[in-house]
Design a protein around this ligand. Structure first.
Ligand code: GLU
Length: 501
């Protein structure tokens, strides 16, 4: 197989901050494409804009990819035959390419100062012309005069002044044409010797043997420039696929307003990597028009650019939360118990909450069947009552006494003395109960309610609140069985003291 035929794709983030979920979707699509084709997935750090570089951003990129299980075949930390994979370590390559373009007459040094460029821009604005470099340094005499002043320059590409439209054959968007007259003489190499995105991206995609460039749609307007560069440098261009934009539910560009946007924030909010991968894969790709839950293996098996959509994808946090719940329900009990234990151990330590038993995976294994249906997020607390956090669901099994509302039995429609009597009777029956299993509890409490002549709903609501502090808890008898006799009685006695006449 020749190198051109080999599938080699790359994720090429700029380390300007924590990777946004939209950006990591690009990584996922590249990864899926590579895995589907048995090709290579390459990570390349595009750190040529030193001004915008953020401390810790490369580490956050790496951590985000690892969290989602998107292992790269070549790149930082793993190496590879076309390294280094960090652009700031490849400067001579870009400088050589720029020099080559100067030598063949496709580029020139521009000595205009930032002040001159700014004045040029203002004058263009006044004349209602689009702002762009007016190419004055294309004139050799002019630029030599400036060079003699001892100025340092930038290298600009000589964009054709006219000619046939430049057509990007995009695998998602089909043919998109650009009028070359709308492109200016863009900068290739900055005065500090660093390349611009355009030059570095093209040089690296060429030398790294990239077969397909898959990136967000916002980069489409850069592609005609890249095609000009490929041509001028005598490189064969890769194939392009521009991925649809991701919007919030209000159809504006996805931003912080729509919830968390940094990938690792989702991890911290309690989302599972598997759910996140599934969700992100459907932001612009689909298997058919109905399938929502697709495993990583199936995604790899079915991923294709033919099913990448042209229209924007909507990021729906509710759908993601629902999906996370689906993945949590599919988890084996032991695994969920271990995950809950991690979250709860951290929470009780942070908040200094006294618990008994300790939230070990072993203790939680008993609780899992009671909460698995209702866990949506593997985070201790949640702001949304519809998707309670792990502590909200499991805390009642771990504390000595639950927190009671004020008043505690607000919605139990029984007179005060009835409540007190019912609780006392329940205590008496349970004190005598040896077997504290679900069936045994049901076997004594149902007849008790009947004997007392109470409505079942009210009576069990009373016991539920007394035992758990809340009106919405997992099934009552199971909950009592897990709590055990001693703790149930302690709670009932305490709650009986809270009843107001
Ligand atoms: N460095 C660019 C980014 O941050 C890469 C765009 C591309 O894939 O060409 O997204």
């Amino acid at each position: 197989m020749t190198q051109e035929q080999e599938i080699r794709v790359r994720y090429a983030p700029s380390p300007t901050g924590e990777p946004h979920v939209g950006n990591i979707r690009t990584a996922l699509f590249n990864w899926l494409f590579a895995r589907h084709a048995g090709g290579k997935f390459i990570l390349r750090i595009e750190d040529t804009d030193q001004m915008r570089e953020a401390a810790g951003a490369t580490e956050a990129i790496i951590e985000s990819l690892r969290w989602l299980g998107l292992q790269w075949d070549e790149g930082p930390e793993v190496g590879g035959p076309y390294g280094p994979y960090i652009q700031s370590q490849r400067l001579p390559l870009y400088q050589e390419a720029a020099q080559h373009l100067i030598d063949v007459g496709n580029a020139y040094t521009c000595y205009c100062t930032p002040e001159e460029l700014e004045a040029m821009r203002k004058a263009q604005q006044q004349r209602r012309e689009p702002p762009r470099y007016d190419r004055r340094c294309r004139d050799p005499q002019y630029r030599e005069r400036l060079a003699k002043e001892g100025r340092t320059g930038v290298v600009r590409f000589k964009t054709p002044l006219e000619g046939e439209p430049i057509v990007v054959h995009d695998l998602v968007r089909e043919d998109v044409s650009f009028d070359p007259a709308t492109l200016d003489d863009f900068v290739l190499l900055k005065s500090d010797g660093f390349p611009t995105y355009h030059l570095a991206n093209v040089v690296d995609d060429h030398f790294m043997g990239i077969s397909h460039v898959m990136r967000a749609e916002e980069w489409l307007p850069s592609t005609p420039r890249h095609l000009l560069l490929y041509h001028a440098l005598g490189y064969e261009p890769p194939k392009f696929a521009h991925l649809p934009m991701i919007l919030g539910p209000d159809r504006s560009k996805l931003s912080k307003r729509h919830g968390a946007t940094a990938t690792l924030d989702y991890r911290d909010l309690g989302f599972l990597p598997e759910a996140m991968v599934n969700f992100l894969a459907l932001l612009g790709w689909s298997l058919d028009d109905k399938t929502d839950i697709i495993s990583r293996e199936e995604l790899v098996r079915h991923f294709s650019l033919e099913r990448v959509s042209k229209s924007p994808a909507i990021f729906n946090m509710e759908k993601l939360t629902w999906m996370n719940g689906v993945y949590i329900r599919q988890m084996p009990g032991e695994e969920l118990a271990a995950r809950l234990a991690e979250v709860l151990e951290e929470h009780v330590a942070k908040k200094g909450i006294a618990v008994e038993p300790l939230p070990t995976a072993e203790a939680l294994l008993l609780i899992v069947p009671l909460v698995q249906e209702r866990v949506h997020l593997l985070a201790a607390e949640s702001q949304n009552p519809k998707t309670p956090g792990v502590w909200d669901l499991c805390g009642l099994f771990l504390v000595g006494l639950p927190e009671y509302g004020d008043p505690p039995f607000k919605n139990v429609k029984l007179p005060g003395e009835e409540k007190a009597r019912a609780l006392e009777e329940a205590i008496a029956v349970l004190e005598g109960l040896e077997d504290f299993s679900h069936a045994a509890l049901e076997g004594v409490l149902r007849p008790l309610v009947e004997r007392l002549g109470l409505r079942t709903r009210e009576a069990f609501m009373l016991i539920r609140v007394a035992v758990t502090g809340t009106e919405v808890s997992p099934p009552l008898f199971e909950t009592m069985a897990v709590l055990g006799k001693e703790r149930v009685l302690r709670r009932l006695r305490y709650a009986a003291g809270l009843v107001e006449n």
